[in-house]
Design a protein around this ligand. Structure first.
Ligand code: NI
Length: 277
């Protein structure tokens, strides 16, 4: 009996990612290598399938977390990785670490280069250094033909200008945790990007984000949590996980006047197109 249960579980794990009759939630941005998950990571991730979560992209934000993201992707069939260095971590990049990063990007379970971008909320490192390594990582993504995951905070104009100058729409990607205007969101969609919508859309004071969701076609929205950060209402302030995605999808369904099932189905397809999975 024990052996029977074990083999069923084994077979089920094997077919995840191959045969799926029903639409599954696609979590496009999480950080399960974060130490906040050290106590229950395995238990949590193993509960995803029965909770309708079919795919997770675990996003690197430094050299170290690129490595730990790839390790998670090797361990779990439904987890994919993104390899990249977050703007505030770019001081660790030099020619030799960048060469190491390039090699990681070629791993077969690395679905994207990210998260990369600009973050002027923090002054370290300088804007010039952030811009330099943002451009280098964009060029890398183009060379290896993988999409990009963009992190942009308090840097709307520079981010847009660099992405436009690099023709980044050609490789495509997602503006993760989108936080700017409706107009700019539509400009990104036109350029070829998806808009990442997470827990913030459920906050009572998130008028701007609700307007963005109203304006952007559902075919250009992907679901994300940025776990362990940015938990949606009513869990705001607590540790986030992909189990909270239904709350985000419900909010989007309500704003757009469509069903919850449609949000899940369309965003799953969007994310698969985005990450080519
Ligand atoms: Ni993130």
């Amino acid at each position: 009996m024990v052996l029977f249960i074990f083999s069923c579980k084994y077979i089920r794990t094997k077919i995840i990612g191959r045969i799926r009759a029903e639409r599954m939630i696609f979590e496009t941005h999480a950080h399960y290598d974060d130490e906040q998950f050290d106590t229950d990571r395995d238990e949590l991730l193993n509960a995803f399938y029965e909770n309708g979560i079919g795919y997770v992209v675990n996003v690197g934000a430094s050299l170290k977390s690129t490595q730990t993201s790839i390790a998670l992707a090797e361990q779990y069939p439904f987890v994919y990785a993104a390899a990249g260095v977050h703007p505030n971590e770019t001081a660790e990049l030099n020619e030799s670490t960048f060469e190491w990063l390039r090699k990681q990007c070629l791993h077969k379970k690395v679905a994207a280069v990210g998260e990369i971008g600009l973050d002027y909320y923090w002054d370290e490192p300088s804007h010039e250094i952030q811009k330099y390594w943002f451009e280098r990582q964009l060029v890398l993504a183009k060379e290896i033909n993988k999409p990009v995951i963009i992190h942009s905070r308090d840097a709307a104009k520079d981010t847009y200008d660099i992405l436009a100058a690099q023709d980044a729409g050609e490789i495509g990607g997602v503006i993760h945790c989108y936080s700017y205007s409706q107009e700019l969101a539509l400009m990104y969609v036109k350029m070829g990007f998806y808009i990442g919508v997470g827990g913030v859309v459920t906050f009572k004071n998130a008028k701007k984000m609700k307007e963005v969701v109203e304006a952007v076609p559902i075919e250009k929205i992907v679901l994300e949590t940025d776990s362990p950060y940015l938990a949606p209402e009513p869990n705001r302030g607590r540790r986030n996980s992909s189990l909270n995605i239904p709350r985000i999808a419900q909010e989007i369904a309500q704003i757009k006047g469509i069903s919850y099932e449609e949000v899940i189905a369309v965003t799953e397809q969007n994310a698969r197109d985005l990450y080519r999975i």
